[in-house]
Write a protein that binds this ligand. Sequence first.
Ligand SMILES: [Zn+2]
Length: 106
Amino acid sequence: MDCKEFEKLIPDFFERKLDFLTLNQFNKHRLECEDCNEELVISFLVTKGIQRLEEGDAFDLQKELEQYLEEAERKIKLHNRFLRIGEVLEILAILLIVVAIIWVIV
Ligand SMILES: [Zn+2]
């Protein structure tokens, strides 16, 4: 993912619209690219700040942003775990087939 793509995805990120693969790449780029991370923080403060001012809510945006980012990372971790379970099951299935074949031959 490059910086332009990242920038385009920022609004979707805040609306939790990114799918896992995109979210994963988005998060990776954020961790690698300081400019984009800054961009993300600024657009969060701007969009959410305006929204909150209109609503008249007391707000702790920094904390809220951290929650967004943590949630994203949790999602990615969970998804990766599922992928790994899938891989293990696949290997087990292959092993079973191999055993079955050997069984038939012997
Ligand atoms: Zn970037």
